[in-house]
Write a protein that binds this ligand. Structure first.
Ligand code: RAM
Length: 350
């Protein structure tokens, strides 16, 4: 079992705050913050919270954990991050069991499977642990709230717009995804398939393959190579995972396909900067994972304190991000995806 607890340095905290300024923050940013008072309204008091990402060693989740830890500090809550090396549901179960045994107040989890974790999560909830999914949801019945980075429709539409633009609206494309069970990637892929079939703007684009790199760098790199070998007419790749797009960019940038096969999807600016600078990638998208972790922690605190029960229409304070409302099926929406390109990438550091 891997345990990781990190304290951000003052500089890291400052950089993180700077990243909060960009699009998709949601909330009304009412200005009074409200989250910095431990134990007050919206405060976390003695709350103990465990964050369980899909896996450790992924820069995306390092940033979401930094955001969660910032919120926990503001709330005066005890915070830890735990997680497996591989993004698999089996590997997450033991951590959920431990949270239940330890009697933690809240678990914040990016789920590696919509169903397979539900028994363990049920046990934890019976032990009075509030369970908030973020990034990748379980079935809605399993958890109290899901903190969604952006709508699936919005994320799908953005990636299709980017690839269509980059391949001149026609040709073969492929998808390099994360794991085959990932609820978030699967719902984005489903939306993209639907949009490709229904939208006349995409009539000349053909999705020829979808492959899975399991959010493992080497596997994603190898899958990129295989895609290019198996589809000699490939014009573009969409990788809706920060691990996949970075590995694919690394492969392409050293290959004869650089500049010929377009690559877009969801990436972090720090991992993609080199490939935007060297012309392998022109534009990609994401939201702010730091904001996502921050919002999830405030949502967990609101549940633990009994300020909300997770019903549609409940609203809660999320510190610097302002106030948020719970929507249908217990979903709280962070904002919209944001596009990064050579003109703006230097403004971001995560
Ligand atoms: C990877 C993970 C995560 C996803 C991002 C875009 O880091 O698969 O779940 O939201 O990519």
């Amino acid at each position: 079992m891997k345990f990781q607890k990190r304290r951000p340095t003052a500089l890291a905290a400052l950089l993180l705050t700077a990243t909060f300024a960009f699009a998709g923050c949601g909330g009304d940013d009412s200005g009074d913050g409200g989250g910095s008072s431990a134990g007050g309204d919206g405060g976390g008091g003695d709350m103990s919270v465990t964050m369980l990402p899909k896996n450790l060693g992924n820069a995306y989740f390092d940033t979401s954990t930094d955001g969660a830890e910032k919120a926990a500090d503001e709330l005066g809550a005890e915070f830890e991050e735990v997680g497996p090396d591989t993004a698999s549901p089996d590997a997450q179960v033991q951590y959920i069991n431990t949270v239940a045994q330890q009697g933690k107040d809240a678990l914040i989890i990016s789920a590696n499977d919509p169903d397979a974790l539900c028994d363990a999560i049920d046990e934890a909830r019976s032990a009075d642990v509030k369970v908030v999914t973020f990034d990748a949801d379980t079935n809605p019945d399993c958890r109290d709230l899901f903190i969604n980075q952006a709508t699936s429709e919005g994320i799908a539409a953005k990636q299709l717009e980017l690839i269509a633009d980059q391949i001149g609206g026609k040709g073969e494309i492929a998808i390099l995804s994360a794991s085959a069970n990932a609820t978030n990637q699967n719902s984005w892929i489903e939306m993209m398939e639907k949009e490709l079939a229904d939208n006349p703007d995409y009539a000349d684009i053909e999705l020829v393959d979808t492959v899975y790199g399991d959010d493992d760098d080497q596997k994603s790199f190898d899958q990129t190579e295989a895609l290019l070998q198996n589809h000699p007419n490939l014009k573009g790749i969409i990788s809706p995972t920060t691990v996949g797009i970075a590995a694919a960019a690394r492969y392409l940038s050293d290959s004869s396909s650089k500049g010929k096969v377009a690559l877009t999807g969801l990436g972090t600016p720090n991992q993609m900067r080199e490939y935007v600078d060297n012309g392998t990638v022109t534009a990609f998208a994401l939201w702010n994972p730091g904001d996502l972790g921050y919002l999830a922690t405030y949502a967990a605190a609101a549940l633990v304190n009994g300020d909300i029960s997770g019903e549609e229409g409940d609203s809660f304070d999320a510190g610097d991000l302002g106030s948020f409302e719970v929507g249908a099926d217990g979903v709280v929406l962070l904002g919209e995806p944001f596009t990064f390109d050579k003109d703006n990438i230097a403004d971001f550091d995560f």
